[in-house]
Design a protein around this ligand. Structure first.
Ligand code: CU
Length: 474
């Protein structure tokens, strides 16, 4: 009887523990946790790099940070500063960006919770908010080991008192031991259905995690059905850049319902935002990963060699909202360089016949067209894709393609007029062939750029696709 009562009480306790643990769920974004690296692509100092923050098993302890380069760089120094938002303590180090096996710098972190990583290279600075999380063991483990420990102690007690011929006490202790075992067994059985434990340093509540001060007000409101999409303002600094001059492309993110900066972007495909800048004719193409220079502000430096209208497509994802595409145009003034071929040149409007070597990629450009992809003409199946039906695009890639932004290949597609923009990921098995599947939405001409990374850097293969209307709509 006593045994049953105890078991029932323990079951109730178990249930309470499950409920308590179940109410708090750690936010998934920007977390550096045991066994999981945080990877963030950045276009900094004219270089395309991916910053890797390794998970740390304990605090105080070392946080390992490395910078992988996706273009030939000669040990580009990247200044690192990790600061705890809670106590303001900082640690600094310098990483050397390298294409293969970058050296990891070790920075000491003293606590879990919100931190900021300040990156500096050249004369550019980015600040990446993140959280250090450390596993503290699950409530289930505690109950299993606690239950077994109690059972063992009570059994020993029961045996001793039994030996001293105190039957009543011995029975009571044996009942307690049985209850302990029951708890342990129950937790072992039901653990798969229990919520994962909350690590040390997690945000108190998923929906109220402010990544930094400015966005906290918008973030701390209780939002049902997700946060609103970001309002974006795209501008250049200076306001009217001249051809051939470096300028800053600035994207300000605002919460339309509060008017405050949005600072809760989640890392998707290894970046806070993916920005593609193309000239109207498609001869100019850049795929960039802007720096967070202030709360709600992303910036990237670039240069365009010819005047005209340029299209910017930014893919971003706000926490608890969803992925979105922000489109804008910027105008480059000034005069075309003398060596520039006239724009009536037919090949200029056709990425398929444009020699990639002549696309205006400066030597320092992150998306510089390298060797290997040059001349590799993608194969289309069918030859002329039909609108609304899947088409396959295959590309031979050299051996040694390495993952970039989380996968082997990327295909960026723009309709000729720029109203449509798509981002397709490589679907095939690992190997020397990249395969993309895509259904073009409408008939017409599309400009496309396939991208993959080798040990040398990111290779961009431009081409054009003419899509026909389906039989039904013709
Ligand atoms: Cu990207």
């Amino acid at each position: 009887m006593i045994r049953r009562l105890r078991a029932a009480a323990v079951q109730v306790l178990c249930l309470v523990a499950v409920l308590v643990v179940g109410t708090a769920v750690p936010a998934a974004a920007h977390n550096v946790t045991v066994g999981a690296d945080l990877r963030i692509a950045q276009t900094i100092a004219g270089a395309e790099v991916t910053v890797v923050i390794k998970g740390t098993p304990r605090v105080p302890g070392p946080l390992r940070i490395g910078v992988i380069a996706y273009q030939p760089v000669t040990a580009l120094p990247v200044g690192l500063e990790v600061r705890s938002v809670e106590d303001g303590r900082t640690a600094t180090a310098t990483a050397r960006a390298a294409a293969r096996d970058p050296q990891y710098a070790e920075l000491r972190v003293n606590r879990t919770g919100p931190h900021e990583l300040k990156l500096s290279a050249g004369n550019e600075v980015a600040v990446i908010p993140f959280r250090v999380l450390v596993d503290r063991g699950s409530a289930g483990d505690f109950l299993i080991y606690g239950g077994l420990f109690v059972a063992a102690m009570l059994l020993v007690g029961g045996l001793l008192t039994g030996a001293l011929a105190r039957r009543g006490t011995a029975m009571l202790l044996a009942a307690g031991a049985a209850a302990g075992v029951t708890v342990a067994v129950m937790v072992i059985v039901f653990e798969p259905w229990m919520p994962p434990p909350v690590p040390d340093g997690a945000a108190p509540e998923a929906s109220s995690e402010p990544l930094s001060g400015a966005g906290s007000e918008a973030g701390s409101r209780v939002v049902t059905g997700g946060r609103p999409y970001v309002q974006t303002r795209v501008a250049t600094v200076p306001a009217r850049p001249a051809a051939g001059e470096e300028f800053t492309l600035r994207i300000d993110l605002v919460d339309g319902s509060t008017g405050r900066p949005v600072d809760d972007l989640t890392v998707h495909h290894e970046a806070l935002a993916h920005v593609v800048v193309t000239s109207e004719d498609g001869r100019y193409f850049r795929h960039l990963h802007p720096l967070r220079t202030a709360p709600g502000r992303l910036e990237v430096r670039l240069r365009a060699d010819r005047p005209g209208r340029y299209l910017t497509h930014a893919e971003l994802e706000r926490e608890n909202s969803g992925g979105q595409l922000a489109t804008a145009t910027v105008t480059i003034g000034g005069e075309a360089p003398l060596s520039d071929p006239p724009s009536s040149n037919r090949s200029a409007t056709d990425p398929a016949t444009t020699d990639p070597a002549t696309t205006d990629s400066a030597a320092t450009d992150p998306t510089e067209t390298g060797a290997g992809g040059v001349g590799a003409v993608p194969r289309l199946r069918p030859d002329v894709p039909v609108a609304g039906r899947p088409a396959t695009i295959e590309l031979d890639a050299p051996a040694g393609v390495r993952p970039w932004l989380g996968m082997a290949g990327h295909l960026l597609i723009r309709s000729q007029d720029g109203t449509f923009f798509g981002h397709v990921h490589e679907m095939g098995a690992p190997g020397s062939r990249l395969r993309f599947t895509f259904s073009f939405p409408q008939a017409g001409r599309y400009l496309a750029w396939a991208q993959y990374a080798t040990g040398e850097g990111v290779v961009t293969v431009p081409f054009a696709v003419d899509v026909t209307a389906s039989e039904a709509t013709r």
